[in-house]
Design a protein around this ligand. Structure first.
Ligand SMILES: [Zn+2]
Length: 84
């Protein structure tokens, strides 16, 4: 699902920085989130976040890790070719 992803600039106890969809109620420090922008799915947001932080995890509440559908893959393909 395309969404506006954010990454917490404050790491958790395990040293990982958590990625959320903007507005998630489980964001620990909303004021210390870095906006990653709108991405077609979470895996691209993860790649983006890894430019800033080496250890990234995703929020289990707001990020659905189900398999990317064929339709989403096609959209992803289009997204890359039209935007990059
Ligand atoms: Zn979340």
């Amino acid at each position: 699902m395309p969404a506006n992803y954010v990454v917490n600039t404050k790491p958790g106890k395990d040293g990982n920085h958590k990625i959320h969809v903007q507005g998630c109620s489980k964001i620990s420090y909303p004021s210390s989130c870095l906006d990653l922008g709108i991405h077609i799915n979470y895996s691209i947001a993860v790649k983006e976040a890894k430019l800033y932080f080496p250890k990234i995890i995703t929020c289990e509440y707001c990020i659905d890790k189900k398999e990317v559908s064929v339709k989403e893959k096609i959209n992803l393909f289009r997204f890359f070719f039209l935007n990059y």
